[in-house]
Design a protein around this ligand. Structure first.
Ligand code: PLP
Length: 372
């Protein structure tokens, strides 16, 4: 059937028709109408974190990872030393890109089922004075853990260390207030909780460190300082902008504001999450994480213990019913993930649970319980 499937994934995610329709127009990158759209997006983004006084925002072409990489290259001096707080797959990605950017990188490992520890960070900073910057993943999308942004930021501030936050899957859904949380850079993207389409990221950079960022990046295209200076001077993007993505994001932000901004988005996602958890529990599914540390963004479930279970078949059967699930990203055990984000509500989540029940039935599984 010619109907879009519901994407229960951590991006790309389901968008509204209004957002999709915004893309049916061509724009010139030098055109003042288009540049006004860029300016308005940047203004709105700063508003979301209450960052007009303290931060600037720099958009960048590409998927979210491009902006994380660009933020590290732009903010960390070439002889800097980055500490990555690691409790999952996206943390490991941040460590890898930091190393590839030629920065010294140390990883502080944690279990993927618990948040990273501010006390352990404080100890580490005490032990190793050479660390200049810390990278935190706000919501570790790998398992779905919510990390303690405020506490980590406070430890970094107390030790006078730079903090780079990957807030890709939390921005616009969870509260991030630049007046309370001190960070040097915070990165997110168009295609996550703002419910735009994928294709651009953006980094908030603290004004106080901005001038020092000149010339740090060893990459031309990923230099956020240059992108910033050029955009301020000309109102244009430095290189060809993803015009359709930008206008779709403007339309998505308008809907975000009409819905009631971040608190309203969090309320909808929380209601999606609750509907999902209750429905899946009734089928016998057990979430991997303790609910106390689980963000209402993406949920990791244990796969059923039944030997007839196979993710590929399960995925195909749910997809046939119109719902796209996501594979697990844990190393030690068989899991799968279900996203709660996107232009969907509790009704769609109810239908998703129904599709999962049908998928189990197709595989001849009567209960998803782990032991029977
Ligand atoms: C989605 C995501 C990213 C970016 O992934 P891309 O595939 O590059 O868009 C980075 N970090 C986290 C935590 C994410 O959820």
């Amino acid at each position: 059937m010619d109907r879009d499937k519901i994407l229960l994934t951590p991006g790309p995610l389901t968008t509204t028709l209004r957002t999709k329709l915004a893309m049916l127009k061509d724009w010139g990158s030098w055109d003042s109408d288009f540049n006004a759209v860029t300016a308005s997006i940047r203004h709105s983004l700063l508003g979301i974190i209450h960052g007009h006084d303290s931060h600037v925002v720099v958009p960048l072409q590409g998927s979210g990872t491009f902006s994380v990489e660009a933020a590290v290259a732009t903010v960390v001096p070439r002889d800097g030393h980055v500490l990555v707080l690691d409790n999952g797959a996206y943390c490991k990605r941040a460590a890898r890109l930091t190393t590839l950017m030629g920065r010294r990188c140390t990883v502080l490992p944690f279990d993927e089922a618990v948040p990273v520890s501010p006390a352990a960070l404080a100890d580490k900073l005490q032990q190793d004075a050479s660390i200049t910057h810390v990278i935190l993943i706000h919501c570790e999308t790998g398992a779905g853990v919510l990390n303690p942004l405020q506490e980590i930021a406070d430890v970094c501030a107390a030790h006078d260390k730079g903090l780079i936050v990957d807030a890709m899957s939390s921005f616009a859904a969870l509260e991030i207030d630049a007046r309370k949380v001190r960070f040097d850079a915070l990165v997110a993207a168009s295609g996550k909780c703002l419910e735009g389409v994928p294709g651009m990221g953006f980094a908030f950079i603290r004004k106080a460190i901005l001038d020092g960022c000149a010339g740090r990046s060893q990459s031309l295209a990923m230099d956020l300082y240059d992108q910033y200076v050029y955009m301020e001077k000309t109102t244009q993007w430095r290189f060809t902008p993803p015009t359709h993505v930008v206008v779709a994001l403007a339309e998505a932000i308008a809907q975000f504001e009409e819905e009631g901004g971040q608190p309203a988005r969090l309320a909808r996602y929380t209601s999606n999450y609750n509907t999902l958890i209750q429905g899946m529990a009734a089928l016998g599914f057990k979430p991997f994480l303790d609910p106390a540390i689980q963000a209402p963004i993406i949920v990791t479930f244990h796969a059923p213990a039944d030997s007839r279970y196979e993710f590929k078949k399960f995925y195909a059967a749910a997809r046939e019913r119109g719902f796209v699930l996501y594979p697990g990203k844990l190393t030690q055990m068989e899991t799968f993930r279900v996203g709660c984000i996107g232009a969907i509500g509790p009704r769609e989540m109810e239908q998703a649970v129904h599709a999962v029940a049908g998928a189990l039935q197709d595989m001849g599984i009567t209960s998803a319980a782990l032991s029977n």
